[in-house]
Design a protein. Structure first.
Length: 201
């Protein structure tokens, strides 16, 4: 099993990277959060990895931290959650946010992820809550209370409610100056995304 990869970035795409190590190019599927830590092509990087072996395929998934990899492994252990859906969940925000949502019983946080319905979101909470809480306690950490007043989080949720995917919502908010007003952030993100705008596609 390949547990980590260190080498030169050959390819950097929205959902995967290719890293050359000792003459071999490794293609790793990554979350949007991990992609943030991967430098441009030509530079060296290091990623933790998880190998998923199926009857007809062998896939590698890359992670910026062991904690994110561990959460990925826990997520795919839940019935109805495959690797692609787990990566989509991890793309919605920092892994600590997801852990907080699990401990807080916030199933809606997972329902915003494509491929996760209400029952599956509730199953994630049910199966992982005690395990995640115990692991954090053993590591000497604490779980922060959900930041209901966090403007960026509220803005992201608002964009998701408008029909944008979690990853798309995060990308729309990237680069926008932080503010205490979620509505202002949503307005700025929509303005940037509008056709013909300098920040839009």
């Amino acid at each position: 099993m390949i547990a980590s990869v260190r080498g030169e970035v050959l390819v950097r795409r929205a959902n995967h990277v290719v890293i050359e190590a000792s003459g071999v190019g490794y293609r790793l599927t990554v979350s949007a959060e991990t992609l943030r830590s991967v430098p441009a092509a030509g530079q060296e990087t290091f990623l933790h990895a998880e190998t998923i072996s199926r009857d007809d395929s062998l896939s590698l998934y890359g992670f910026a931290s062991e904690e994110e990899r561990d959460l990925f492994v826990q997520l795919i252990g839940v019935s109805g959650i495959g690797p692609k859906v787990a990566v989509a969940a991890l793309s919605g925000g920092p892994h600590r946010e997801l852990i907080t949502a699990i401990v807080a019983g916030d199933a809606k946080r997972f329902q915003a992820v494509p491929g996760i319905g209400k029952r599956t979101a509730e199953r994630i909470i049910l199966e992982l809550k005690d395990r995640v809480t115990e692991e954090v306690a053993q590591a000497g950490g604490t779980i922060a209370a959900p930041e209901a007043s966090n403007a960026r989080s509220l803005a992201r949720d608002g964009l998701i409610n408008l029909g944008y995917a979690p990853l798309e919502a995060e990308q729309m908010l990237d680069g926008i100056e932080e503010a205490d007003d979620a509505q202002a952030l949503i307005g700025a993100a929509l303005k940037r995304a509008a056709p013909g705008s300098k920040g839009g596609a």
